[in-house]
Design a protein around this ligand. Structure first.
Ligand code: HEM
Ligand code: HEM
Length: 166
């Protein structure tokens, strides 16, 4: 077993950054699906451009789900490095909690979105919308934490998510 490796593999790193880019894209442009979703819920056909915008959101989001499955498989196979041991236990818990929320989000956002979109489940769509502010806060915290580790505490936490272990 490789549960406490020295770093991440190249595939894990590529997946981290591709998923991060797609999730941030979804957060920035997520509202583009709303007009088409609203049209369907009112029993009307969306405009062609509204439907195109909606499809971009749907397929980028489903891509996140596929990549998330791959990512967890690699996590199980290769594990992840320990957090810096000399870091305060409180910060370690906050970092781990953020990771758990982020892992949950890359599954739950596509799943709740798909239930809303394909089955017309409006209440689930509202849960999906709550994901937006939650994710913005957690992603910001996670990114600030990574930059803080790199520039202030000067650990290798950010470097090991950029450079595969030897
Ligand atoms: C990583 C994945 C995803 C993220 C981060 C994400 C994010 C978002 C955001 C930020 C909004 C706008 C919320 C608002 O206007 O307040 C939204 C709306 C929506 N998304 Fe997603 N989304 C993801 C995946 C998906 C997928 C895969 C689908 C469908 C298969 C989907 C369907 C929808 C629908 C139907 C809405 C409109 C909900 C409503 O107006 O009630 N999303 N999403
Ligand atoms: C926007 C979506 C993002 C998601 C969903 C996400 C998700 C995650 C998750 C789940 C982990 C834990 C990996 C593991 O150990 O199994 C992780 C680690 C990491 N993330 Fe992100 N992340 C995102 C954005 C970012 C951004 C913007 C940065 C940097 C500014 C960043 C920097 C890092 C670093 C440095 C690690 C490695 C931590 C360590 O080695 O202990 N992430 N990310």
């Amino acid at each position: 077993m490789h549960s406490h490796p020295a770093g991440y593999t190249r595939a894990q790193i590529v997946l981290h950054w591709v998923i991060a880019a797609l999730v941030i894209f979804q957060l920035v442009f997520g509202e583009d699906i709303v007009p088409a979703f609203r049209a369907y819920r009112q029993g009307t056909e969306p405009q062609a451009d509204a439907l195109l915008n909606a499809n971009i959101h749907v397929y980028v989001g489903l891509a996140v789900l596929v990549l998330a499955i791959l990512r967890v498989a690699l996590r199980i196979r290769y594990g992840a490095p320990d957090l810096p041991a000399d870091e305060s236990i409180v910060l370690q818990y906050i970092a781990k909690l953020a990771h758990i929320v982020l892992y949950a989000a890359i599954f739950l956002m596509p799943l709740t979105g798909a239930l809303a979109w394909y089955l017309g489940m409006g209440e689930i769509g509202e849960l999906h919308e709550i994901g937006k502010p939650v994710l913005i806060v957690v992603v910001a915290l996670h990114a600030v934490g990574a930059l803080w580790q790199h520039f202030v505490v000067k650990t290798d936490v950010l470097r090991r998510m950029l450079k595969p272990m030897a």
